[in-house]
Design a protein around this ligand. Structure first.
Ligand code: SF4
Length: 385
């Protein structure tokens, strides 16, 4: 293990580390995840250390956020979590007050693991609740029940973390959408600082999405989904967790600083299975097969298998779409200057129509979606950008 600090081509970055190990495979999952391979955790951590060691850049960079995502990072034992975070800290200059997030699932967020995370300097724990309905959770292949999820949130809340977050999915097969707001209220009672409400993606190639497409357990009609999302938003905003991104709500000051980098077109460096990086406007992604990832890194090879060179027009369009997801909206003129392209040329009429229809609003150079626009976001992105 080298003690050198990684050089990075950006002045400050978010560092993402992927931990792919899971108890079992959830029916809606299309992430880089493996079940039943915990025996390889140690080799994987060695590979992460080696991968960060070969990370090369042109100027020293500082990490101001670290996000350990998965997979199920809470499957790592305390000493393994300590090793992983030390790998980042020994190689990056980590900013004072950096946000350090770890994702976890209720069944493995034990008191011992939470204490280990705290000791390793984790400031933010994100609990994968997904639903509180046991039948829905079973059908989705989740290895925990609703009470277990509530208990995990409570344990995380009792720890000394600066922020506790809960993730929910709206529209899982069997979920009673008319009562979704009540489930969100129950989650809010445990005092999370941040709640994400994701809509189930039914266009993915996953067992659950295929089931929904075949009409089993859904599809939940769009109107019911919109009402459930609106009910969730009302409960969350009423409890002081304001919407700051289409799917994300937080108490003031508890927004995910790491995820804001993705939406604000800021750089990040990703390590581990399937991890993506965005540095100097270029995107790249790592190998997604665990055996091949481990083999490449142990042979001293770069695990990057996909890279997209800088393309100003493309980057500008992505920056605009990601920025429009934020309640604060996006400064389109700044993006156009940064990437030297015109985003609105040829689409002025579409922008005018959207403003007249009240789905987009403007404040100076900032443009944002209105609440009505957020419910039609994908359609609007296609029309406007
Ligand atoms: S816990 Fe998360 S990453 Fe693991 S299988 Fe389930 S959805 Fe996928």
């Amino acid at each position: 293990m080298s003690g050198t600090v990684a050089a990075c081509p950006e002045p400050s970055v978010g560092v993402y580390v992927h931990v792919p190990f899971c108890a079992s495979r959830c029916g809606y999952c299309d992430f880089a995840a493996v079940a039943g391979r915990d025996g390889e955790i140690s080799s994987y951590l060695e590979a992460i250390e080696a991968e960060i060691d070969v990370f090369q850049g042109e100027a020293p960079g500082e990490a101001d956020t670290i996000f350990v995502g998965g997979g199920t990072p809470s499957r790592l034992a305390p000493r393994e979590m300590g090793r992983l975070l030390s790998a980042v800290r020994n190689r990056f200059a980590v900013a004072r007050g950096a946000e350090v997030t770890v994702e976890g699932n209720p069944e493995s967020l034990t008191a011992e693991r939470l204490a280990g995370m705290e000791e390793a300097g984790v400031t933010r724990v994100c609990v994968g609740v997904q639903s509180l309905d046991d039948t829905v959770l079973r059908r989705a292949g989740r290895p925990h029940d609703g009470r277990g999820a509530v208990r995990a949130l409570r344990r995380a809340r009792r720890g000394g973390f600066e922020s506790v977050a809960a993730d929910l999915i709206c529209g899982l097969p069997g979920e009673d959408l008319a009562r979704f707001g009540e489930a969100v209220r129950r989650v809010v009672e445990e005092g999370p600082d941040h709640v994400s409400v994701y809509l189930l993606e039914t266009d993915k190639d996953t067992p659950l999405a295929r089931e929904v497409r075949r009409g089993r357990g859904g599809p939940q009609d769009d109107e019911a989904l919109v009402s459930a999302y609106e009910a969730a938003a009302d409960v969350l905003e009423g409890a002081g967790l304001g919407l700051y991104e289409i799917s994300n709500f937080a108490r003031p000051g508890h927004e995910s600083r790491h995820n804001l980098k993705y939406w604000r077109d800021e750089p990040y460096a990703g390590f581990g299975l399937g991890a993506h990086s965005y540095l100097l406007g270029a995107r790249r992604a790592n190998e997604i097969d665990l055996d091949r990832y481990l083999a490449r890194v142990s042979a001293g090879l770069d695990p990057v298998v996909w890279a997209e060179p800088f393309d100003g027009a493309r980057r500008a369009a992505e920056a605009a779409i990601l920025g429009l997801r934020l309640r604060e909206g996006v400064d389109l003129a700044a993006i156009e200057r940064r990437y030297r392209v015109s985003l609105r040329e040829g689409r002025r009429e579409a922008w005018e129509r959207a403003e007249e229809a009240g789905v987009v609003e403007r404040e100076g150079e900032r443009v944002r979606l209105t609440p009505g626009g957020r419910l039609r976001s994908n359609e609007l992105f296609a029309e406007l950008i």
